[in-house]
Design a binder for this molecule. Structure first.
Ligand code: IVH
Length: 678
């Protein structure tokens, strides 16, 4: 290939790859397969590296920079042009109020100072240097004065512009340091850990550690595979530009193409900052990334300069930290719980501690692999955390362990409930009790059967079920419907009234919806959603019982694992016997006609306020016609229904070219419209 054609091809490939990057990363709607994309990328890399072109072409802005480069031996040191400061912390409302008082005292004023409030992102702070709008290098914070050069790794983050743009004609400064926080979204973090489990790699303790580990890779092709994101929030050194306020700066950052957190607000006084702090505590769990506090910054840059710094922190800003979500405690015991499907789950009983404002004393240890990986023993001192979700988890052991040289805790070989043999099936992480009549399994099974999502039998809790099992008046779910008043009053603490009430709730529960009945059966991998899908698709119980693997697999939501457990369940004679006895006792799920309105298989997303009915009602209507309702817009969405004041979902739908239905059109297609009434 001649030099000219090669250069033309390079330009063409760069455009193509940039286009496909946008479809993949921004629109979530790729047009080509991963392998086709890889082929384009490989061709471009080969051309850019070819000897004939040598150093004649500038690769600094090429999309090849996003996939990582040759591994480094070590990270070079890089001094920051202006130091990367840290923030002083406030832990309470009083601390926040004294920050405000100090600011006013230093400024010698009684007037309110305007602030900007921001989420404090729990990630890794980085510094990006742009010269004439081009990303020159990126580095870690290091000791605040000198960081490590992680340019290759930062270039793999698609959200970091390789070149600043100026959408609205803003000047591009000659030189500017932009600071921000690299983080991993909570859902991406979960996926990453599942992937690592599959690959046999160690689990990351939290998204922050995963982000830190990813940025510290000497081989940037590994970093390129990690789902890193960034929000930018501060300026370091700058030349050729000045801002009046911090908000102006953030606005310009957005305009230049940097991601800025959407929850940043202006606050006219310190009380608004305190309100924001409480608001963010409440919203924390719903954000798609982790935050560990809020940050208050004086808005006026001039005032910031007047306030200056003390030691390593600015006097014009403060971090308002949330209560710690990690702390240490001791594992006092490890107990084994036996679940509905016979799975033995080890649970750590810990010395109670307060974590993130809640007392915690138990944490699941999942399975033997988890115990081995974390090398856990009874008596170990451990770090516990409450992560994005509320479930406490053990992160790792700390300090010298008296058991260091001992084997980690072992799940017993026999079931603690029935003494039967415990096995670990091939390909499974779990240990199981193989006795189908294990009392623990039966109890869990019956508890599941009567639960709200299942037969919804009022007044029948786990304690009473245990009592009935122990006294021998029931041994499976069907037995419940053969109980007599005498059986019940024979139990301790059950009087005539309670007995009659329970019999009446049992009677009332005899006509559940088909989906609740399926759920109640407790088929493995068949939760509320799959039960609903089955009920919709098959309409009557017998059709589900008789469905074969192929029919089940033709349903979008059902894969081989679920289909296998459904067919196995309905082939098991004891299950069929229980179902027969339920039928004889008068239990008869309500079987509707097979829902097949125009909406079957269609996925809807609702946004904004509907005038005619609540979103909940709209969801019911869609589902009754065989459609699904999902909460986020993706390329698999069929329609977005937009009420008044719709949110960003509408924008996303437009971006993806998904039809948007106004309320009238929605009424029309669901047959709810009022026609010909005139
Ligand atoms: S501003 C001079 N804003 O928290 C102020 N920092 O201890 C520079 N951080 O090192 C930082 N979210 O890594 C700022 N909205 C935010 C932040 C934030 C997280 C991190 C940052 C910094 C540390 C402060």
């Amino acid at each position: 290939m001649g030099k000219k054609t090669a250069i033309q091809r390079i330009e063409k490939l760069r455009d193509l790859i940039n286009y496909h990057n946008r479809r993949y990363y921004q629109l979530d709607d790729p047009e080509i397969s991963d392998s086709e994309y890889d082929r384009l990328m490989q061709e471009l890399i080969a051309l850019e590296n070819s000897d004939t072109l040598g150093k004649q072409i500038d690769i600094s802005l090429s999309p090849t920079q996003r996939v990582g480069a040759a591994p480094l031996g070590k990270f070079e040191s890089i001094p920051h042009l202006s130091p990367m400061l840290s923030l002083a912390n406030a832990f309470s409302e009083e601390d926040i109020l004294s920050f405000d008082e100090r600011v006013k005292r230093l400024l010698d004023t009684q007037e309110n100072v305007s602030f900007v409030v921001e989420p404090k992102l729990d990630g890794i702070g980085v510094n990006l240097l742009y010269e004439k709008g081009i990303l020159k290098y990126g580095s870690t914070r290091g000791d605040g004065a000198i960081g490590e050069d992680i340019t290759q790794n930062l270039k793999t983050i698609h959200a970091i512009p390789l070149k600043m743009k100026s959408a609205s004609g803003q000047v591009i400064p000659d030189k500017i340091e932009i600071r921000g926080e690299v983080y991993i979204r909570t859902d991406d973090f979960k996926k990453l850990n599942i992937q690592r489990l599959d690959d046999g790699d160690n689990q990351f303790a939290n998204p922050r550690n995963a982000a830190a580990g990813s940025l510290r890779q000497l081989d940037s092709t590994i970093t390129a595979k990690r789902p890193l994101s960034i929000f930018c929030y501060a300026i370091g050194f700058s030349e050729g530009i000045a801002f009046r306020t911090h908000l102006d700066f953030l606005q310009t950052l957005k305009d230049w193409g940097f991601p800025v957190n959407p929850h940043i607000n202006k606050a006219e006084d310190i009380h608004t900052c305190i309100e924001y702090y409480h608001e963010m505590i409440a919203r924390r769990e719903t954000l798609p990334y982790e935050i560990d506090g809020t940050v208050i910054k004086v808005d006026s840059i001039d005032t910031q300069n007047r306030l200056g710094f003390v030691s390593r922190s600015p006097r014009w800003a403060i971090a308002c930290k949330f209560a710690a979500t990690q702390t240490t405690t001791i594992i006092e015991d490890i107990i084994i719980q036996v679940g509905r499907t016979g799975v033995l789950t080890p649970v750590a009983q810990m010395k109670p501690v307060r974590v993130g404002g809640v007392m915690v004393s138990r944490a699941t240890l999942h399975n033997q692999d988890e115990i081995n990986n974390k090398k856990l023993h009874i008596g170990d001192t451990v770090i516990v955390q409450r992560a994005g979700d509320v479930i406490p988890q053990i992160v790792k052991t700390v300090g010298p362990s008296a058991h260091e040289n001992e084997q980690p805790f072992r799940i017993p070989d026999t079931c603690p409930m029935c003494g039967s043999r415990v096995v670990r099936l091939k390909g499974e992480a779990a240990h199981r009790c193989i006795n189908l009549d294990c009392p623990a399994q039966i109890r869990e099974n019956i508890t599941h059967f009567v639960s709200r999502g299942g037969m919804d039998i009022e007044g029948l809790g786990e304690k009473l079920i245990s009592q009935m099992l122990d006294s021998g008046i029931i041994s499976d779910p069907a037995d419940l419907y053969y109980l007599t008043e005498d059986d019940l009053t024979g139990l301790e603490r059950i009087g005539d009234v309670s007995a009659r009430n329970l019999l009446s709730s049992l009677e009332k529960s005899k006509t559940p919806s088909l989906e609740k009945f399926i759920f109640a059966l407790g088929i493995r991998h068949t939760g509320e959603h799959v039960s609903k899908v089955l009920a919709r698709r098959f309409g009557i119980l017998d059709n589900i019982v008789n469905a074969n693997g192929e029919e089940l697999l033709s349903i979008k939501e059902i894969g081989p694992e679920i289909s296998g457990s459904i067919t196995t369940f309905f082939r098991e004679p004891s299950n069929l016997r229980t179902m027969e006895r339920l039928k004889k006792a008068g239990v008869s799920p309500v079987e509707g006609p097979i829902a097949s309105g125009d909406l079957s298989g269609k996925t809807f997303v609702l946004t904004g306020t509907l005038q005619r009915f609540s979103r909940h009602k709209a969801k019911e209507i869609i589902e009754s016609l065989g459609g699904n309702v999902s909460s986020s817009v993706t390329k698999n969405t069929d329609y977005v229904v937009g009420g008044t004041s719709p949110g960003s979902k509408l924008d996303k739908a437009r971006l993806l070219g998904i039809p948007v239905l106004a309320e009238e059109a929605f009424l029309e297609i669901t047959g709810q419209g009022v026609r010909g009434t005139g």
